[in-house]
Design a protein around this ligand. Structure first.
Ligand code: CO
Length: 290
């Protein structure tokens, strides 16, 4: 029995992407801040339309998956496959770029709060060139359960176990076996859950903060997970944390590492330089998507 400890903090940095959307990027600020298989985590959160209204006009991806989880707001996704999906408060979108996708993500609001996350998850070499696919997940299709000490858990990927209840998210069966939970706790409440021992895992608190309670029962450790930093966790088969004095709202991610070389050029993530050159060539020749 080993509780995971906090081993590294990657504070979010202000940046912008797309046509000038303001973002806070934690994972993926540089090649040294990835956590295999997770490539990047962006949080967007603003009341000011100037920060988001320009959106993400048509752009390509190849070689990985993008997951958008919307806390508040409304965006329209359109892609070359003819998909049109409305991403609304509390919903998610899981897109497998595979061989190639060209899509846009445009805000459908001119005022109000726009808030959420975009996560990039790598694909194994054997799946990088599979056909693109896309899933729109409405808020009502994400299971939510109350927690014993108050608060609640919402499951986007993987399965949460609460006593004898299994809460299975809509995303299951991927090679990286991701879990993606959104957890809210009231002040000082404790959350505990099992996890695959060697999966790479991190937390990101978007409201309040928490204390990660790691180590073993004989050698406990405690470390603060501050607001707005990716908190990378050690290996271990359990996670336990306590909400701070103002409570906490955080996302918890875990995935099976690929242990494969990563070569990234903007929106293309492959295993070798030659494959990146091929992606650029295919994109310029209008053949990215096959
Ligand atoms: Co995109």
């Amino acid at each position: 029995m080993k509780y995971r400890s906090l081993t590294r903090l990657i504070p979010a940095q202000d940046t912008s992407d797309g046509a000038g959307v303001r973002l806070r990027r934690s994972l993926g600020q540089s090649p040294f801040t990835r956590l295999d298989p997770f490539l990047m985590l962006d949080e967007f959160s603003s009341n000011d339309p100037n920060d988001y209204v320009a959106g993400f006009p048509a752009h390509p991806h190849r070689g990985f998956e993008t997951v958008t989880y919307m806390l508040e707001g409304h965006m329209l996704h359109e892609d070359h496959l003819g998909n049109r999906g409305h991403l609304r408060s509390g919903g998610a979108q899981w897109m497998t770029a595979g061989r190639g996708i060209i899509h846009s993500e445009m805000p459908q609001q001119e005022s109000g709060h726009m808030r959420g996350f975009q996560l990039w998850i790598n694909l194994p070499a054997a799946e990088k060139m599979k056909p693109a696919s896309y899933r729109d997940i409405q808020a009502e299709d994400l299971p939510i359960a109350d927690l014993p000490q108050g608060g609640r858990i919402k499951v986007i990927a993987g399965t949460a176990t609460l006593g004898s209840t299994q809460l299975a998210g809509p995303i299951q069966g991927l090679s990286t076996e991701p879990i993606y939970f959104d957890i809210h706790l009231p002040p000082h409440a404790i959350f505990e859950h099992s996890i695959a021992e060697t999966h790479h895992s991190f937390l990101y608190a978007y409201e309040g903060n928490a204390t990660v309670m790691g180590g073993s029962p004989t050698e406990p450790t405690e470390a603060i997970l501050p607001h707005r930093a990716a908190g990378v966790l050690s290996e271990g088969n359990l996670l336990k944390f306590r909400a701070g004095a103002e409570g906490v709202q955080l996302i918890w991610l875990a995935g099976k590492p690929l242990h494969e070389p990563v070569v990234q050029y903007g929106p293309f993530v492959m295993n070798t330089r030659e494959e990146i050159e091929q992606a650029l060539h295919d994109y310029q020749a209008g053949q990215l998507t096959g």
